[in-house]
Design a protein around this ligand. Structure first.
Ligand code: NAP
Length: 291
């Protein structure tokens, strides 16, 4: 058996195309969606994520308001900038690229963003809405995983889903989304305190790896025919590459191919969906959908 590879890149392109159409309809009504993108410092990974996001915004016909701040910017100054952007009616969404330098309290910064402009879905109000089943902004990566499952035709109703990783940006919100009535999976959330991880993963119809540990999910941990979603993005040194590294997920992809029913590759699996869902959230912010 060879798993069906879920082409996250193609699914993301389709969603981005639909978003671009909705953006042009909105512009005809005089609303030009705009996302403020705040970057503090020059962390190379953050710089590259921010430039990919801005490129995607432009391709969807949306504007960006770039706010580039030096690494030494103080917390009060950053909070002041966010307060100004909250008041600015021409800015519909606000994204603060994480991580922030250690002298800045990330949770304080996230909480300073107006919930109706919180396109990352990290604000406590949006996290709370997700928990109690109200409509709000959902974090882009877990949102993208649910769309991938739907688009790939993975059966979810009554499925047993195991999510490995309990971060606030991936694992926890994804577990809540998978348990929602529209997806209707029975969910187990695993982490480093889980005893005998394989005993859970081996029963999973849907297995999501969001650990940030390369090749931690091996073929013997996968149920035959399962849908395996690999959220992990890990840099592995590779002298054959110009960059000196290559990207790999949390799943032993080659070995998993023989046992899984569906699998996402890394790259071009979950990653492109994250950006596609950021564009959707920005569109919804401009439409005022979640006010
Ligand atoms: P994180 O905050 O470091 O969380 C990792 C989680 O995995 C933690 O809950 C940790 O458990 C758990 N974990 C780690 N090793 C484990 C093990 N051996 N067994 C069981 N659980 C284990 O990471 P994150 O921000 O959620 O990101 C996870 C991965 O997804 C990273 O590789 C990240 O780069 C990637 N990511 C990709 C995208 C994308 O767009 N593709 C977006 C976001 C993140 P404890 O809580 O017990 O420590």
């Amino acid at each position: 058996m060879s798993a069906r590879i879920i082409d996250g890149f193609a699914i993301a392109q389709k969603i981005r195309g639909q978003t671009a159409l909705e953006v042009s309809a909105l512009k005809e009504k005089g609303i030009h969606p705009c996302l403020a993108v705040i970057l503090v410092g020059e962390n190379p990974a953050s710089v590259s994520y921010v430039s990919a996001k801005k490129k995607a915004l432009a391709e969807a016909g949306m504007a960006d308001r770039s706010v580039n701040l030096p690494c030494g910017v103080n917390e009060a100054e950053l909070l002041g900038i966010i307060a100004d952007l909250n008041r600015d009616t021409s800015v519909h969404g606000i994204l603060v690229q994480l991580p922030l330098p250690s002298h800045i309290d990330e949770q304080k910064v996230i909480a300073a963003i107006a919930p109706e402009k919180d396109v990352d879905g990290f604000h406590p109000v949006n996290a709370g809405k997700l928990l109690i089943g109200q409509t709000g902004f959902v974090p882009c990566t877990p949102y993208g995983v649910t769309v991938l499952l739907k688009e790939a035709g993975v059966p979810t109703d009554g499925a047993y889903a195991v999510v490995v990783g309990r971060s606030n940006i991936v694992g926890k919100p994804l577990a809540l989304l998978l348990a929602r009535k529209d997806i209707n999976a029975t969910v187990t959330l695993c982490h480093t305190g889980t005893k005998n991880l394989a005993s859970f993963t081996r029963s999973a119809d849907i297995l999501v790896a969001a650990m940030g540990r390369p090749n931690s999910i091996t073929a013997d941990m996968i149920k035959p025919g399962a849908a395996v979603i690999d959220v992990g993005v890990n840099r592995i040194s590779d002298n054959t590459k110009k960059s000196g590294f290559r990207l790999t997920g949390d799943v032993d992809f080659e070995a998993a191919l023989d046992i899984a029913g569906f699998i996402t590759p890394v790259p071009k699996g979950v990653g492109p969906m994250t950006i596609a869902m950021l564009l959707r959230n920005t569109l919804h912010a401009a439409q005022g959908s979640f006010k």
